[in-house]
Ligand binder design. Structure first.
Ligand code: DX5
Ligand code: ZN
Length: 219
């Protein structure tokens, strides 16, 4: 099976000791760090903003994978770029029209970041077909956005397979990223379905033996 990459999500890290928590996942050999930005409006939860990203960004050499679960992503994305975002992913559902999705993609490209488009469990792959040739990352939510520690929604598997088929048929090269409820079992299924990058929060940060559990993600 092809090798997937893991993007640890700091959402459930111990914020009282964040530098230590970052080093913990860096020592596993990950290349990405996932930042779950929540505004309490697009999702019913508030997490953290650019101050945390800029502190972490200056203390690590990982690729900063910023997941904007916010309304009006265009308005705030320059701040996240300035704070160190390498990938900025926004939600299809945060836009009121396809034109707005296109404008947001173009605007993010102008910021010179990798552009990700995320879909909630209830949104189909067909709805984002017009944008697939424009984005660098498609982030498939396998939970309802807003909280870590939720159960994996198996409808993500069909979406991953479909995105992988489309990518092959149309010779596109977006990364398929999956976010929510990733553990040693669901990681295997996502990998088999064609996913490339898996966001992992609770499974790693609440692990009693992070090295052991990390290895199981690739089995
Ligand atoms: C949901 C968040 C979570 C988080 C990872 O809005 O995006 O999916 O990153 O959560 P767990 O703890 O399920 O890995
Ligand atoms: Zn996320």
């Amino acid at each position: 099976m092809k090798r997937i990459e893991i993007a640890p999500s700091i959402l459930n890290a111990n914020f009282a000791n964040l530098e230590q928590e970052i080093k913990k996942v860096e020592s596993l050999g990950v290349k990405f760090l996932h930042f779950d930005i929540m505004d309490g409006h697009f999702v019913p939860n508030i997490s953290f903003g650019t101050p945390v990203l800029s502190c972490v960004s200056s203390a690590s050499n990982l690729i900063n994978d910023v997941h904007l679960m916010i309304s009006d992503p265009k308005k705030y994305s320059p701040d996240f770029k300035k704070a160190g975002a390498d990938i900025i992913t926004f939600h299809y559902e945060a836009c009121s029209s396809n034109d707005e999705v296109l404008e947001t993609i173009e605007f993010l490209k102008s910021l010179d970041v990798k552009v990700g488009l995320s879909i909630k469990p209830a949104t189909t792959v067909e709805e984002i077909m017009p944008f697939l040739f424009l984005v660098d990352v498609v982030l498939v939510m396998s939970v309802e956005p807003g909280f870590g520690g939720q159960k994996f929604n198996p409808n993500a598997i069909e979406k991953i397979k479909k995105l992988d088929e489309i990518r092959c048929e149309l010779d596109l090269n977006y990364i398929i990223e999956v976010d929510g409820g990733i553990n040693d079992k669901t990681a295997h299924d996502c990998n088999l379905a064609g996913a490339d990058l898996l966001v992992c929060g609770t499974y790693l940060y609440k692990s009693k033996n992070i090295e052991e559990d990390y290895k199981k993600l690739f089995e």
